[in-house]
Write a protein that binds this ligand. Structure first.
Ligand code: NAP
Length: 310
C-alpha cells in the first residue's frame, strides 16, 4: 500500500517543530499538520527567560518564528488542518490513518504534539464572557485593560508571570488563589511580592463572574471561613493550568487520568508507530526546553521505526 507520508506530525509548537526539524533533516517525507499557524502556546508568551541560548530572554513570537524557519530550511512541509481522529494499524499494522475535518491522510509513523490549552474555571457564563472581559491570555489581551482593574486566578507560574505582565497596563491586579501558598517558582513569587500593583487574595475561589455584556466583577468565597464577597473588576484572567488536546486520540493510545498521553522514555505510546511529544504527554515538567527534547527523541524513534518497517 502506498501511503501519503513517511511521518505526520500533529501540532506545530516547540515539540512538533523540533520533530519536524529532525525528521526533515533525515530526508524523510514529513508533513506537519497545524490547526492555525505554527507556534503553539509560546506565541501567547510575551517574554521567555528560561530557554537556553538567549541571554536576556527572547519574545515568544520570535522564538517560534525562528523554530519554524529552521524546520522549513530542512524541507518540512506544513499544512493547516484539524485532526478529528486517528486510526492506527491497517491490515499489516504498518500505517496509520489521520482523519481531518476535510479529508484523510495516511502515514507510516505518527507524532502527536498537539500540546495543551488553558483550563477553564467551569463557571456557567465563563465561555459566553470570553471577549467581554474574560481572557486566558494576559500577554495577548493585557493592552485592552490599560488603567483598569483585573482579577487573575491561579497560583502557578502562569498566573504569577501573567499577573506581572498585566501590571504594565492595568492599575491593579487582584491575584486570587485557592490556597495560602503559591505553586509557582521562587523567582516569580518574589517579583509578585515586590509588585505594588498586585494584591494577593489567599484561600479564595471565584464562584461567579458578574456582568451581562461586559464583566463587572467576581463573586468570591473564602474556602477557610466560607465567607462570601464580591469584587468589582473589569477583567477576569483564569490562569489555572492546562488541559491536553488529546480528545482525538482517546480510545486509541493510553491516556493518564488527566487525559495526557502516556509514553515511555522513547516517546512511544501504547500503539506501535505512534509517538507523543511535548505538553500533551504525561510528564513532570512542561517547558519549551522539555518539549524540544521530547520532539527530538520522538523524531529519532520515528526514524528508527521507519527503518524497521523497511
Ligand atoms: P500549574 O502549575 O498546574 O498551576 C495551576 C494553578 O492553578 C495552581 O496554583 C492551582 O492551584 C490552580 N488551580 C487549578 N485548578 C483550579 C481551579 N479549578 N480553581 C482555582 N485554582 C485552580 O499550571 P501553570 O501555572 O499553567 O503551569 C503549567 C506548567 O507550565 C508548569 O509546569 C509551569 O512550571 C510551566 N510554566 C513555566 C513558566 C516559566 O518557567 N516561566 C511559565 C508558565 C508556565 P493549586 O496550587 O492549589 O493546585
Amino acid at each position: 500500500m502506498t501511503v501519503d507520508r513517511d511521518i505526520i506530525i500533529i501540532g506545530g509548537g516547540p515539540a512538533g517543530l523540533t520533530a519536524g526539524l529532525y525528521t526533515g533533516r533525515s530526508m524523510l517525507n514529513v508533513l506537519l499538520l497545524e490547526k492555525l499557524s505554527p507556534g503553539g502556546q509560546v506565541l501567547t508568551t510575551h517574554w521567555v527567560e528560561n530557554y537556553p541560548g538567549f541571554p536576556g530572554g527572547v519574545s515568544g513570537f520570535d522564538l517560534m518564528d525562528k523554530m519554524k524557519d529552521q524546520a522549513l530550511e530542512f524541507g518540512l512541509a506544513i499544512q493547516s488542518g484539524e485532526v478529528v481522529s486517528i486510526q492506527p494499524g491497517g491490515p499489516e499494522q504498518d500505517y496509520h490513518r489521520v482523519v481531518l475535518t476535510d479529508g484523510e491522510l495516511t502515514c507510516r509513523g505518527l507524532i502527536i504534539a498537539t500540546g495543551a490549552q488553558p483550563r477553564k474555571l467551569g463557571l456557567s457564563n465563563e465561555s459566553a464572557m470570553v471577549g467581554k472581559g474574560v481572557s486566558y491570555c494576559g500577554t495577548c489581551d493585557g493592552p485592552f485593560y490599560r488603567g483598569m482593574t483585573v482579577a487573575a486566578i491561579g497560583g502557578g507560574d502562569t498566573a504569577l508571570e501573567e499577573s506581572l505582565f498585566l501590571t504594565k497596563f492595568v492599575s491593579k491586579v487582584f491575584l486570587i488563589h485557592r490556597r495560602d501558598e503559591f505553586r509557582g517558582t521562587k523567582v516569580l513569587r518574589d517579583r509578585v511580592r515586590r509588585s505594588d500593583k498586585i494584591e494577593v487574595i489567599w484561600d479564595t475561589v471565584v464562584t461567579a463572574i458578574t456582568g451581562d455584556d461586559q464583566v463587572t466583577g467576581v463573586a468570591l468565597k473564602n474556602v477557610k471561613t466560607n465567607e462570601a464577597s464580591t469584587l468589582p473588576v473589569d477583567g477576569v484572567f483564569p490562569l489555572i493550568g492546562v488541559q491536553p488536546i488529546s480528545d482525538f486520540a482517546k480510545g486509541v493510545v493510553n491516556l493518564d487520568d488527566g487525559g495526557f498521553i502516556t509514553t515511555n522514555e522513547s516517546m512511544e505510546t501504547s500503539v506501535k508507530g505512534i509517538f507523543a511529544a511535548g505538553d500533551v504527554r504525561s510528564k513532570i515538567l512542561r517547558q519549551i526546553s522539555t518539549a524540544v527534547g521530547d520532539g527530538a527523541i520522538a523524531a529519532f524513534m520515528a526514524e528508527k521505526y521507519m527503518e524497521q518497517l523497511h
